[in-house]
Design a protein around this ligand. Sequence first.
Ligand code: NAD
Length: 295
Amino acid sequence: MTHSIGFIGLGNMGGPMAANLVKAGHRVTGYDLAPEALRHAEEVGIRPARSAAEAVREADLVISMLPAGRHVLAAYAELLPAVGPGTLFVDCSTIDVADARAAHELAVDAGHRAVDAPVSGGVVGATAASLTFMVGAEKEHFESARPVLEAMGRKVVHCGAPGAGQAAKICNNMILGISMIAVSEAFVLGESLGLSHQALFDVASTASGQCWALTSNCPVPGPVPASPANREYAAGFAAALMAKDLGLAAGAADAAGLPTELGRRAAQLYADFAAAEGAGLDFSAIITTLRAGGK
Ligand code: NAD
């Protein structure tokens, strides 16, 4: 089934995601505040609109890929009255769980359907249509969104009720952010003990220290040739985005009254690194601050 899709937010992620929907045969009308993003979208077959409301006027499905919760809530205020009844809203942005639930409620109150569907896989995954989608939705709305998500990704997981997609995203990234620091600290300690990077990798990658931060995104050059450490930490997954996601995890932990001590410490380390010089570098470059003693 092909859809008429309104796509709001055609940046680093949204641009290539919308392009893959065009390739899959959907009719896509897009809007972005940045004229350059809109121009680029037009080149790949997306019909440009002059406003968010215009982009969704003929849509039966609306996708948003925006920076943060406040952008999504502001966009929904404009979009919800502009579409026909029962339109399906799919927010793929990474936002606060509370904002995701608020956006869902706004949509339902306006007579529409809504799911949260944040992604993992970065710009590479968005371009190659190999993203993982983590979806929070009522079952039937998940099933309605699934074919469209499959045109942009390789794996689509129903995580539970509205908000559960965002919850899964920040919990996963909290594991990732902390484990990258654990791996980095181990390499820094190993260096000071005279252990070669390769020796530590050969042991830990086949022993109980094994994890994605070590075996796929190794923070030192050499053992994993494709990891960002081999190209001066060109991202990859930028440290600024990791700081953002860990901030969302800390906010959710505040709301739940949970200490999540390592998650909060990791959030601080990435935020300091991003504010200093590392915002655009891959998050594995955090090892350079740990070598220097951190803060
Ligand atoms: P981006 O800054 O490249 O794109 C966001 C776009 O939204 C920009 O082009 C901006 O002009 C546009 N925008 C902002 N407010 C708008 C509005 N009111 N109406 C229309 N357009 C508006 O960011 P990105 O890297 O594409 O990330 C988008 C979301 O995806 C974020 O929530 C991010 O956390 C998440 N994410 C990013 C990555 C990644 O690797 N870049 C990976 C996973 C998830």
